[in-house]
Design a protein around this ligand. Structure first.
Ligand SMILES: O=S(=O)(c1cccs1)N(Cc1ccc(F)cc1)Cc1ncn[nH]1
Ligand SMILES: [Mn+2]
Ligand SMILES: [Mn+2]
Ligand SMILES: [Mn+2]
Length: 373
């Protein structure tokens, strides 16, 4: 008899909890300007129905995301190592989508959409522990937990911020409200630059007092949301989180990650520190590699990750050794892109909230919405 209830930690596959391949819908929001036409229009409804596998895979991934993150929100505590936190989330996601990612090509079917981001304090994004990392989460840390889950290459990209000290609440509130404003105003034919202005307006209406100093919350002007394509975490479009003249329009069928970042620092990030995040460039030219370790590593990456971002720990767990020289050679040859940690100034605090939204022909679906955020 199949378990009908989820375990703690979550290990019962979502597919077992939701028989006949029907998963919970995300938050459906009618388009404001031409809502009636889109919601009822026969042609739009037909277009929607052509996408049933796309929608099923997205909702499948989103339910796994919610269950894994809600377990994480309950269980992340000061004193835990970042490595243990990352493994706890990744073990859950892999069990929930029913794929362990250990047999060759398995992770391509379903699994982690990208490395579990665990970026702390002035580090805003693209940090996950590499092997040997001894970092321990502290009581006064502000940690961005950015989780990617995919099913058949339909990537759910959604993030929240963990802080144990209530002094940071106004910072987290600013970012949560800015992200929700961005989600609310998003829609077909909306200009991404206009969204940036709305997001910044909400974000910068907040201030936060830390250690006797009052900081205005700043939108991090060089971070942005983005489109998500099949097996591709960053599609062609970006969503600024500050006022911008970018006239690029959101279009029917687009999948957007709406993410905003607030900071008590400069409101600007730069690359710093050891790289953990990498991804095969979709457009990589067939370079004649001299280093045999680079050649063999490229095969491992193509087979196990395709164009999905990965981290060093994901190579370690496949049992591959001594790959760093080869990896750095693939980066130097422009075959693999490196995504270094993105940091604001030392001593500052940054927060993030992110959801993935589908601009369906009939309705806007906030696929990753949960009752947590
Ligand atoms: O900063 S991005 O490179 C980008 C923003 C706009 C256009 S491309 N990036 C995409 C990404 C890159 C590498 C990853 F491992 C995972 C995601 C945003 C993001 N990081 C985490 N969640 N969302
Ligand atoms: Mn399925
Ligand atoms: Mn993300
Ligand atoms: Mn994103």
């Amino acid at each position: 008899k199949k378990a009908a209830v989820q375990s703690d930690p979550p290990r019962v596959p979502i597919a077992q909890l939701f028989p006949n391949n029907t998963y919970p819908k995300g938050q459906e929001v009618e388009y404001v300007n031409d809502n009636l036409y889109r919601t009822t229009n026969e042609e739009k409804r037909h277009l929607d129905n052509l996408n049933s596998e796309f929608l099923t895979d997205y909702r499948h991934a989103a339910e796994a995301h919610r269950q894994a993150r809600q377990w994480a929100q309950k269980n992340i505590k000061p004193g835990q190592t970042l490595t243990d936190i990352a493994n706890g989330i990744e073990d859950s996601v892999r069990a929930l989508v029913g794929h362990d990612g250990l047999t060759e090509g398995d992770a391509i079917v379903a699994g982690m959409g990208f490395p579990t981001g665990l970026s702390i304090n002035h580090c805003a994004a693209h940090y996950t522990p590499n092997a040997g990392n001894k970092m321990v989460l502290q009581e006064d840390d502000v940690m961005k937990v950015d989780i990617g889950v995919h099913v058949n290459g339909r990537i759910v990209d959604s993030a929240f911020t963990v802080a144990f000290n209530p002094v940071y609440d106004p910072l987290l509130e600013a970012v949560k409200e800015a992200t929700n404003a961005g989600i609310r105003e998003a829609g077909i034919d909306v200009r991404v630059g206009d969204l940036g202005g709305i997001i910044q307006e909400v974000m910068e209406s907040y201030e936060v007092e830390i250690g006797g100093t009052t900081y205005p919350v700043k939108s991090i002007r060089n971070l942005n949301g983005h489109t998500i394509n099949h097996y591709s975490i960053h599609g062609g479009k970006s969503v600024p989180i500050v006022k911008s003249k970018d006239q690029t329009k959101m279009e029917e069928g687009d999948v957007f990650a709406i993410e905003t970042f607030g900071s008590t620092g400069l409101g600007h990030v730069r690359d710093e520190g050891e790289v953990s995040h990498y991804a095969l460039r979709g457009d990589a030219s067939k370079v004649d590699l001299r280093l045999s370790s680079a050649k063999s590593l490229l095969k491992v990456i193509e087979k196990n990750f395709g164009t999905l971002p990965f981290c060093r720990r994901y190579i370690d767990r496949l049992g591959v050794d001594k790959y760093l020289l080869g990896l750095n050679s693939l980066v130097a040859n422009g075959i693999v892109e490196a995504y270094p940690p993105l940091v604001d100034k030392k001593g500052s605090y940054t927060a993030q909230y992110e959801h993935t939204i589908l601009l369906r022909p009939t309705v806007k679906e906030v696929i990753s919405r949960g009752d947590d955020f």
